[in-house]
Design a protein. Structure first.
Lengths: 175, 175
């Protein structure tokens, strides 16, 4: 399975707090290794994600970067295949097989209007349906297809708490 | 493929605007027929979803309901199988096959803390990973598994605009 780093393009303080928080938690839960947030450095997000990692385990990282372009160029040099999620891109269901064969992927998700250079500099523009919806949903479905569903049962090391799946109610085990 | 209606539990004006908007657009894009928003009646959301439907096509509906319990009971009577998405439920990857055989599903997604009665009255509590993340992502992945990926290439009738998927840039066709 490829190693995946998510780049969140254009985070704005306050306005994007909930959506970017969702993006971080989804990236972690569905098997990405790290999220790089481009835009305003938002310590409340960093803090809340770190607190999830401390309790729920794993090694997920949050970083901030002022320039998305520098991140993209740096990861290209490191051998990452750069995928930009956009409703205008090629269909996920046709591209997933090729993506599963990549070793390392930088997955870019937008927020407000994305500059044309993101389309140009990415190795692949990829769509999860050609309909307007949500970058959170698009990322989730893309990660699930690239990881072939195996991420759904991923184990997170060093967890302090763990859910035991059940039909009714809630069961948490403290380790 | 089952017919799916989404029930958004506990929408709050302003605070939940973006997340509930994402929920509506994801439900539509990934093949649900309708979303019922339980909580504050939010005409700005209704307006923006209707405008997407008018331009991008299909027959997706938005409704509001004051009582989630009445909706749940009404849909049970109509023969819907009620699925509540929660990180505490049974794993999607183990339940998906059974769900694909259902004719009609009411899919409940939470927002703020969900009452215990939702767990009790649902036919199935279902988890998309047992990790904390996002109801938008959980719904997207659940719809994708239940529809077996076929929803990704769904055609929307009466669309005024349509995207032509491509490697670079944006191409929209006006019909």
């Amino acid at each position: 399975m490829p190693k995946i780093v998510v780049l969140r393009y254009g985070h704005r303080l306050v306005r994007d707090y909930r959506i970017t928080s969702h993006a971080c938690l989804v990236a972690r839960a569905l098997g990405a290794e790290k999220i790089i947030i481009n835009g305003n450095k938002d310590q409340s997000i960093e803090k809340s994600v770190k607190s999830v990692v401390a309790r729920w385990g794993g090694k997920f990282l949050v970083e901030f970067a002022e320039s998305w372009k520098s991140v993209l160029q740096e990861y290209k040099k490191k051998g990452y295949f750069v995928v930009h999620l956009t409703m205008y891109g090629k269909a996920l269901e046709k591209e997933a097989k090729k993506l599963r064969e990549k070793k390392k992927i930088l997955l870019i998700i937008g927020s407000q209007k994305v500059e044309p250079a993101v389309y140009e500099l990415s190795d692949l523009n990829l769509s999860v349906t050609q309909q307007p919806h949500s970058e959170i949903a698009a990322m989730a479905v893309a990660l699930d297809w690239i990881f072939g569903g195996k991420e759904l049962s991923k184990k997170f090391g060093n967890a302090k708490i763990k859910v035991v799946p059940r039909g009714k109610g809630k069961k948490i085990v403290r380790m």
